[in-house]
Design a protein around this ligand. Structure first.
Ligand SMILES: *[C@@H]1O[C@H](CO)[C@@H](O)[C@H](O)[C@H]1NC(C)=O
Ligand SMILES: *[C@@H]1O[C@H](CO)[C@@H](O)[C@H](O)[C@H]1NC(C)=O
Ligand SMILES: *[C@@H]1O[C@H](CO)[C@@H](O)[C@H](O)[C@H]1NC(C)=O
Ligand SMILES: *[C@@H]1O[C@H](CO)[C@@H](O)[C@H](O)[C@H]1NC(C)=O
Length: 510
């Protein structure tokens, strides 16, 4: 009795102490229980950025391997080893389980599963994904799997120009069919494409992403490509491929496997720089070009009016049959969202003969980061949680309230070992709070994934930026993982443990 009442007093004292601590530290204005019980909290990675083992067990190169081999990553690095997920997946699933993750978002490497892009399955590739998937199932972690995160088999790029050629549709369909057939019994959510809008702008307009195509005067150091036309052709072919793959899944697999299928878009929230009508209209144009490019075909069956007007004959058009196929071809929209940007009107662009995607908008976007902070690799990111709430409510109103999973959101810090990442905690806490606000205002948000589970190769910054909940020592052959304070915070939040600044010792390193 005495012992138990002493324990009660001590625990009461502790609770008071924790309350004080949490109010001084990372006071949440909400808990996990404020979210619906079927809302999932997870974290993510992507194949090229996470797996490494690029020339192992039969995997053949993707366009990202070639791009980085040519020294075109921002820090001239590559994903040859990166976080070594190919060998460490089992330990990583253990970390996820320790964290209490309810879901994991990852992507499949097409050229690991089908090394030549089509034809024979690589048995080692099949085994790797089956092992990973089974491990996740064993830990009760839901699977959100992307078929494509920018890493086209190089053989298909060489053979017929990859996404520039409609031949890609059949090859991708065959690859998707293998994935559904082999893994679909255990996958709850399929994302056909991760951020095709920004991947295409990077890969075919600026030349800063694989396959690094662009043309003068746009982009950087281009020798091949056409920034004026190619971005539109590529996204068109991606949309047609997506629609075919969704049809395949719905007709052949969905009834038995019971999963959902959707498409992801990269997004920024945009604010007009001034109150002028010109800037306000320019802001809408930018939203239409960046997000409407993907979402209007999916929801309404055609490109935004303003794109058709400004891009003219360079914008491919949908036949009636294609419109019917593309329209409504999703169960959910995956959203990647990090920050916001200002927009100013830029009518002068209209006089240019040569135009690329950015000039077709007749608008200039200006990073939300201010001039000092935006130079060089990102070491500091301005947080705009309200932007995410704005975005979710905009999607609800403009696109008939689609089911949304936030498939990427996170905070980049420089390549320093910063385990006490309080800025990241503040960022995650504020963004999750903004999602709750949007939910309460009727947005149909169903899940949230922190980018990224562990530090890895960043497409925009190589190893000069890190987003992981776990720090990875890239100088250590074993790629040891160490939980950052944000991992403890996120874990406590998911597990509904109060006093979220404590429990620092509960997560192990691997
Ligand atoms: C472009 O080329 C110049 C000159 O060769 C080089 O210094 C620069 O690093 C290149 N830029 C990129 C982004 O590859
Ligand atoms: C890009 O394509 C357009 C339309 O076919 C053509 O007029 C233009 O010359 C091309 N530009 C380059 C750099 O090849
Ligand atoms: C239009 O843009 C060109 C090229 O960027 C620039 O040289 C010119 O001064 C601009 N004209 C006006 C009226 O802003
Ligand atoms: C701009 O960035 C600097 C350096 O990070 C910061 O001190 C300053 O407050 C920022 N200004 C604005 C207006 O955000």
């Amino acid at each position: 009795m005495a012992a138990s009442s002493l324990r009660q007093s001590v625990s009461l004292l502790l609770s008071i102490l924790l309350l004080i601590l949490s109010q001084k530290g990372f006071c949440n204005k909400y808990t996990r229980e404020d979210f619906p019980s079927d809302f999932v909290f997870g974290a993510g990675t992507s194949a090229y950025q996470y797996e490494g083992a690029v020339a192992e067990d039969g995997r053949k190169p993707s366009i990202w391997d070639k791009f980085t081999q040519e020294g075109r990553a921002p820090d001239k690095s590559n994903g040859d080893v990166t976080a070594d997920g190919y060998h460490k997946y089992k330990e990583d699933v253990k970390l996820m389980s320790d964290l209490g993750l309810e879901a994991y978002k990852f992507s499949i490497s097409w050229s690991r599963l089908l090394p030549d892009g089509r034809g024979a399955i690589n048995p080692k590739g099949l085994e790797y994904y089956n092992n990973l998937i089974n491990e996740l199932v064993k830990q009760g972690i839901k699977l959100h799997v992307a078929l494509y995160h920018g890493d086209l088999p190089q053989s298909l790029q060489d053979e017929y120009g990859g996404w520039l050629n409609t031949r890609i549709v059949e090859d991708f369909k065959e690859y998707a069919n293998v994935c559904f057939r082999e893994f679909g019994d255990r996958v709850s959510h399929w994302t056909t494409f991760s951020q095709p809008n920004i991947m295409t702008i990077g890969g075919y307009d600026y030349g800063t992403f694989a396959p690094g195509r662009c043309s003068y005067p746009f982009g950087v150091n281009c020798t091949v490509g056409n920034s004026t036309t190619e971005p539109y052709i590529v996204v068109h072919n991606i949309l047609l491929t997506h629609a075919q793959v969704v049809k395949l899944y719905k007709n052949t697999y969905q009834t038995n496997q019971g999963g959902w299928i959707g498409m992801n878009v990269y997004s920024l929230w945009y604010y007009p720089l001034s109150d002028s009508l010109a800037d306000i209209e320019a802001t809408q144009r930018v939203k239409d070009f960046l997000m409407g490019w993907i979402l209007e075909p999916l929801v309404f069956g055609d490109y935004p009016k303003i794109m058709k007007k400004n891009v003219g004959s360079r914008l491919p058009s949908f036949t009636q049959q294609q419109t019917e196929l593309v329209k409504g071809s999703f169960d959910f929209i995956g959203l990647n969202y990090y920050t916001s940007s200002y927009v100013t009107d830029s009518p002068n662009n209209s006089h240019l003969v040569l135009r690329d995607f950015s000039k077709d908008m007749f608008a200039k976007t200006r990073g939300f980061l201010n001039e000092t902070a935006s130079e060089g690799p990102p070491t500091h990111m301005l947080s705009d949680p309200l932007g995410l709430q704005n975005m979710l409510e905009y999607l609800k109103n403009k696109f008939a309230n689609p089911a949304i999973y936030i498939e990427e959101n996170g905070y980049g810090l420089g390549a320093i070992k910063m385990l006490h990442d309080t800025d990241r905690i503040n960022y995650l806490r504020d963004y999750i709070g903004s999602i709750l606000n949007a939910l309460r205002n009727g947005a149909n948000v169903k899940g949230y994934f922190v980018w990224s589970l562990v530090d890895l190769f960043e497409l925009l910054a190589g190893y000069k930026s890190s987003y992981g909940l776990y720090y990875v020592d890239f100088d250590d052959e074993k790629r040891k993982r160490v939980p950052k304070l944000s991992a403890h915070w996120y874990s406590n939040f998911i597990k509904n443990i109060e006093g979220d600044a404590v429990g620092e010792k509960s997560l192990a390193s691997q």
